[in-house]
Design a protein around this ligand. Sequence first.
Ligand SMILES: Cc1cc2nc3c(=O)[nH]c(=O)nc-3n(C[C@H](O)[C@H](O)[C@H](O)COP(=O)(O)OP(=O)(O)OC[C@H]3O[C@@H](n4cnc5c(N)ncnc54)[C@H](O)[C@@H]3O)c2cc1C
Ligand code: SF4
Length: 486
Amino acid sequence: MAKPTGFLEYTRINAPDRPVSERLRDWNDFHTDLPLEVIREQAARCMDCGTAFCQMGLALQGTPSGCPLCNLIPEWNELLYKGLYEQAYRRLAKTNSFPEFTSRVCPALCEGSCTAGLYGDAVATKQNERAIIDMAFENGWVRPRPPKVRSGKKVAVVGSGPAGLACADRLNRLGHSVTVFERDDRPGGLLMYGIPNMKLEKWMVERRVRLMEQEGVEFVTNASVGESIPIEKLRREYDAVVLCIGAKKPRDLNVEGRACKGVHFAVDFLAANTKSLLDSNLKDGSFISAEGKDVIVIGGGDTGTDCVATALRHGCKSVRQLEIMPPAPEQRPASNPWPQWPRTFKTDYGQSEAIEVFGRDPRVFCVTTKKTDCDENGNVAALHTVDVEWVDGKMREVPGTERVWPAQLVLIAMGFLGPEEALIKELSLEQDARGNILAAEGAYKTSAEGVFAAGDARRGQSLVAWAIREGREAAGAVHAYLAQKK
Ligand SMILES: Cc1cc2nc3c(=O)[nH]c(=O)nc-3n(C[C@H](O)[C@H](O)[C@H](O)COP(=O)(O)OP(=O)(O)OC[C@H]3O[C@@H](n4cnc5c(N)ncnc54)[C@H](O)[C@@H]3O)c2cc1C
Ligand code: SF4
């Protein structure tokens, strides 16, 4: 235990976010860091409870609970408090391939299951994780560690999101020769072209990719497997293939006027923005601008929030985020007890920013889209909605609540329907009821010989921490497969 009386002596302190007026003028990380002495006191709040729910990484009654990576949280909190920083890093790196990503973008499932959070404030585990990994990079403790011996086996990983990166990293450390094929021009998957720069600065993704290259992983970008590279070629030339292709098929808006110009999928909007930002600091104009526009984001989830924050940085005229469901409760309901992840009402960074700029929360709950209007040039001009109510789990429209919203940019952030079908069809892979690639957790083996699947492609759209876990575990499964393969 870090300090037996720590949780009594110190209250939780959150690092303040950068002021909205300042951060809206750039695309840099909006978080700040706490001084190391404060971080150590925060680590001292960890009670090292006998059963550390924070690190269990399980679904309880279908709700994810605790760290998906089973990070050894009480152990590294203790080392952090004692000033044994390099050891804290070594402990963290044992279970987490990329703490620099999770400590920035993870919703901190650990904190939702923290025992200190049962009656008070949870330990600030995510902040502590960030302090450890940032210190590790600053002090040169994160160094390329190529394997000493090569197995002579070759593995192709398709897709370079967190699942593909984690899988490639672990397989490489186990001595196999790994090539990662990525359709985009930069590796990283949604770490690169999904999550915006102000949540995860892209030089961090590039730094990790460079490290992996120095360790021997080969990256082939602009390589669409199934199109520019036949999948059968990979199956012939490699001892195993791992599909980490994500679940990028977006749910569409099937209403009149969908074809209006200016109605886009959220990820297209976010990806184009990041690409243009990295290529030219948005000088090339190759992005969908929200400047001076009334923006409607359809979907109240995290992707929608990223759109709100991006539109604000473009200088939109107004922004609304429409959500079909009612707001989550302020307090945990009885059906969502600790140590489950609390499904309570949260105001995320994009909404806080909109509140400061426009004086109101951009979210509108219990509303559904009926149609969009185009102007004479085919550009979207307005969006029609009607309010809904939920009775016994069923939705019904409320008569007389029709509204028309001015909109010159509409962003569809209504979730994802699973992985793209092309590779699945070509390999005749079995799918689960939701269209994901069928491969049992732990085995990660698909119905095609020597082909494995991990990450969102297997479990459906999820979280970075889950993708890393799946990538690591799939690497273990491939390693076992290669060991028995002649
Ligand atoms: C906008 C947005 C914001 C998000 N924010 C967060 C967040 O803040 N925190 C969090 O924990 N999670 C977040 N998520 C979810 C998280 O990003 C995903 O769960 C995670 O990236 C999944 O990892 P993955 O490796 O399985 O797939 P992906 O990251 O989707 O990577 C799949 C990769 O495969 C490539 N690919 C696909 N098909 C082929 C092919 N045929 N050939 C070659 N390459 C191919 C794709 O180009 C892509 O690069 C967010 C998701 C979105 C959409
Ligand atoms: S990866 Fe997420 S859940 Fe795990 S310790 Fe880090 S912030 Fe917590």
